[in-house]
Design a protein around this ligand. Structure first.
Ligand code: PMP
Length: 283
């Protein structure tokens, strides 16, 4: 695997950063994950826009223009031996000494990127759905920033692994926020319902695509607060993310969601998403 660090491409195993890097010491940085299909980055502009928004939110000057970012990503993609990829980009506030929470002036940001093979979600998961558990959302108040400090997400996601489930759905003050690593949609009363973007969740690129597709295909959609009991009583629950696309959640905390199988609206949306993806694979 060829990766990228601060201006050069090299084998992933040969790259390292300083132990004084603020990403390592403080989790002081932001990241992006961009799916690539047939060597075409999917929604690249939107991902780069979210990255620059995350950088602005942490007060770190963007080290690259959008064109430079696009060039960096293209350079990484062409160096991989596989066509479908997951491109990871990370920018930290770089190494600084002595250790001090306050920003170094000027910062020397660390820019790191690598690409993994991106297998399509297994057909069995699409066909049969996945299990989820739930937990209180104990994260900080700026979940809209795609920050690398992910300890609360890590613990929430591991809880689902320990429970043999695929995701942990988070609730704050009786309201749905999102999953540990995904956004959540429900189908209730024949409508697709999902929370509006806020500081309580990351606005997923996949979330935006699903909303766009619902509108395009005239599926009833409400973007509003979603109460925990609506989720528990929903006919369908879906999770969305760049790597998992759209998966139906068929059990929540051990209880069947709807009929316990992926629902009809899920099947429609999954089909629309696949069509949309294929349409975007060609330049
Ligand atoms: N919320 C969280 C907390 C995430 O980590 C992610 C990405 N894995 C998402 C939502 C989904 O975002 P996207 O659709 O851009 O992958």
């Amino acid at each position: 695997l060829t990766a990228y660090l601060n201006g050069r491409y090299a084998p992933l195993g040969e790259l390292s950063v300083s132990v004084l890097d603020r990403g390592f010491l403080f989790g002081d940085g932001v990241y992006e994950v961009i799916p690539v299909y047939s060597r075409h980055p999917f929604r690249l502009e939107e991902h780069l826009k979210r990255l620059s928004g995350s950088l602005a939110a942490i007060g770190l000057a963007d080290p690259h223009t959008p064109a430079q970012w696009a060039g960096l990503v293209a350079g990484l993609i062409e160096r991989q031996p596989f066509d479908d990829q997951s491109v990871y980009l990370q920018v930290t506030r770089g190494p600084a000494y002595p250790r001090n929470q306050a920003f170094p002036e000027p910062p020397q940001p660390t820019v790191f990127a690598f690409a993994d093979p991106l297998p399509a979600p297994p057909a069995a998961l699409v066909e049969h759905g996945v299990a989820a558990i739930s937990q209180p959302d104990v994260r900080w108040g700026r979940c809209n920033v795609k920050a690398i400090s992910l300890l609360a997400n890590v613990l929430a996601r591991q809880a689902s692994v320990d429970a043999g489930a695929a995701e942990t759905i988070l609730f704050r003050d009786g309201l749905l926020t999102e999953g540990a690593a995904s956004n959540i949609f429900v189908v209730a009363g024949g409508r697709i319902v999902t929370p509006a973007p806020s500081t309580r969740m990351l606005t997923g690129i996949t979330y935006d695509v699903v909303i766009e597709l619902a509108r395009l295909h005239g599926l009833p959609l409400q973007i509003r607060e979603v109460h925990e009991d609506e989720v528990r009583g929903a006919d369908e629950i879906w999770l969305t993310s760049s790597s998992k696309e759209i998966l139906a959640i068929v059990t929540l905390d051990g209880t069947a969601v709807g009929n316990g199988v992926p629902g009809p609206i899920y099947r429609q949306m999954h089909h629309h998403y696949q069509q949309f993806k294929v349409g975007r694979m060609r330049p």
